[in-house]
Design a binder for this molecule. Structure first.
Ligand SMILES: [Zn+2]
Length: 102
């Protein structure tokens, strides 16, 4: 054996390498799962219909084409608050199905 005191043995190196490889594999799987969850279609919390996206300026409105609920991400309500009442009414009517955006 060429193992010297104070240095990891060949077996130890292998053990660490295997542990690192497993850790990397787990991290990769976790990140992939997180990405898949992020990219998966969101569903309406009320009726489970797949949500549609309606970009409006810098805001992405998630709306339900079935029950016409609208969901906002954190911070988006504050962004919409800067819109004029007229614009808000226009987009609201489009999303609740009572009007069509031209
Ligand atoms: Zn719905």
């Amino acid at each position: 054996m060429s193992w010297k005191p104070g240095l990891p043995s060949h077996d130890e190196n292998e053990w660490f390498a295997r542990r690192d490889a497993e850790w990397l594999k787990e991290q990769r799987a976790r990140l992939d799962a997180e990405r898949a969850a992020r990219e998966a279609a969101m569903h309406c919390p009320r009726c489970k219909t797949e949500l549609g996206h309606r970009p409006y300026k810098d805001v992405s409105l998630d709306y339900c084409p079935n029950c016409h609920g609208v969901w906002l991400d954190a911070g988006e309500l504050a962004m919409l608050a800067h819109e004029s009442e007229r614009n808000l009414l226009r987009i609201a009517k489009e999303l609740d199905g009572s009007g069509r955006m031209v």
